[in-house]
Design a protein around this ligand. Structure first.
Ligand code: DAH
Length: 367
């Protein structure tokens, strides 16, 4: 006969008693059976089979039992945990199958339903193109600036060093509003936004200004009395023409792909000194011998005229309240419509303005 087990501590054994273990198992099995979907089952698994579940905790108690009692207790807990795990696996399989079946029903597409016959339309290609261009500069940390299309003569001309008698004024065929004494024009370029920006902000200034402009041009394949320009303006300490060239090269690459160079040709604008016309490497023939001669895009030039640019004239800085001894800047301006025409091989400017939704869908939704 064995003597009384003096090491036996009933308190430690309680969680391992047969009735206790059974109760834990049954609670787990009931919860598993009650789980209505995979999410609920996940929660049940955590509560009844996880590291902190009653059965897992009971399992840890086994080591504390006297050696003679460990085997039986171990078997009891092991069986209970086995039963729980099996029930979990079975329930998982059932719920997964149910889920799949439900998805098949819920996600069924009735291909016989009639289509929506209302044409969707698309955003206007110019709107999307303007945003695309602005994004190139916003990605470099520049801001977008805007100004009104009905503009003060002073901002459109005088502030930009185009005094009343300046011959360049007549080069921009201006729409004047009445009465003339009001000195209000439809802006002929986006450059007045430069002046507005410099008058209201202090350097460093890095802005890009897309917008609508107006000139008394005939309406034909390459001209329109209303078109779009994008202006760039930087005013900071130590800004040079090199920064201008780098920015335009980056702009060109973003619009037309890597490897599209730009070149400067000396020019004149009253608001920049020195000034340049910026040309774009023809993206069709790339100026390559053998291809350039017959290229219809650049007409054999190898280069395409893109816009105007230069170092901001100190007189403009002074007119706009910026100290030209401390700051320098660069500016550029080019046609958005023209840029998009090159980019997408659009040969008639009027296509932008005729409102044919087939054009907008083709170019507007994929820009
Ligand atoms: N405003 C000029 C135009 O419409 C284009 C232009 C030229 C803008 C030189 C500039 C610039 O900012 O620096 O013809």
């Amino acid at each position: 006969m064995s003597g009384p087990n003096t090491d036996y501590d009933p308190v430690q054994v309680t969680p391992l008693a047969a009735a206790e273990v059974e109760a834990m198992r049954d609670a787990a099995l009931a919860a598993i059976a009650a789980a209505g979907d995979l999410d609920q089952l996940k929660q049940v698994r955590l509560e009844h089979a996880g590291d902190r579940s009653p059965l897992a905790l009971a399992n840890r108690e086994i080591g504390a039992l006297p050696p003679a009692a460990r085997k039986e207790a171990g078997q009891r807990v092991g069986q209970a945990r086995g039963a729980v795990n099996q029930a979990l696996a079975e329930r998982t399989a059932i719920l997964e199958a149910e889920h799949e079946e439900r998805m098949l029903v819920e996600e069924t597409v009735d291909v016989t339903l009639p289509v929506d016959r209302t044409p969707r339309g698309a955003r206007h290609p110019i709107t999307m193109g303007s945003e695309l261009i602005a994004d190139v500069f916003v990605a470099m940390g520049w801001e977008v600036a805007e100004g009104p299309v009905i503009e003060a003569e002073w901002l459109n001309f005088d502030a930009l060093n185009l005094g009343p008698d300046h011959p360049a004024r007549t080069m921009q065929d201006t729409f004047w509003t009445e009465p003339a004494e009001q000195h209000v024009v439809l802006r002929t370029h986006t450059s007045p936004v430069q002046a507005r920006t410099m008058l209201t902000r202090t350097p460093p200034i890095y802005v890009v200004c897309p917008g609508r402009v107006f000139r008394t041009d005939e309406y034909d394949a390459t001209h329109s009395p209303m078109f779009h320009q994008v202006e760039g303006l930087v005013v900071d300490e130590g800004i040079t023409m090199a920064h201008l060239k780098g920015s335009l090269d980056h702009f060109a690459a973003a619009m037309f792909g890597e490897g599209i160079d730009t070149r400067f040709r000396p020019s004149y604008f009253p608001f920049t000194e020195p000034s340049a016309e910026v040309d774009l490497r023809c993206f069709v023939c790339r100026g390559a011998a053998g291809a350039v001669e017959t290229c219809r895009t650049c007409k054999g030039e190898g280069w395409i005229e893109w816009g105007g640019c230069g170092v901001v004239n100190p007189r403009v800085l002074v007119a706009c309240g910026i100290d030209p001894e401390r700051y320098t800047g660069f500016a550029f301006g080019m046609g958005i419509d023209r840029t998009l025409m090159f980019r997408h091989g659009i040969t008639d400017l009027r296509a932008f303005f005729e409102g044919d939704v087939r054009f907008s869908s083709a170019f507007g939704s994929e820009l």
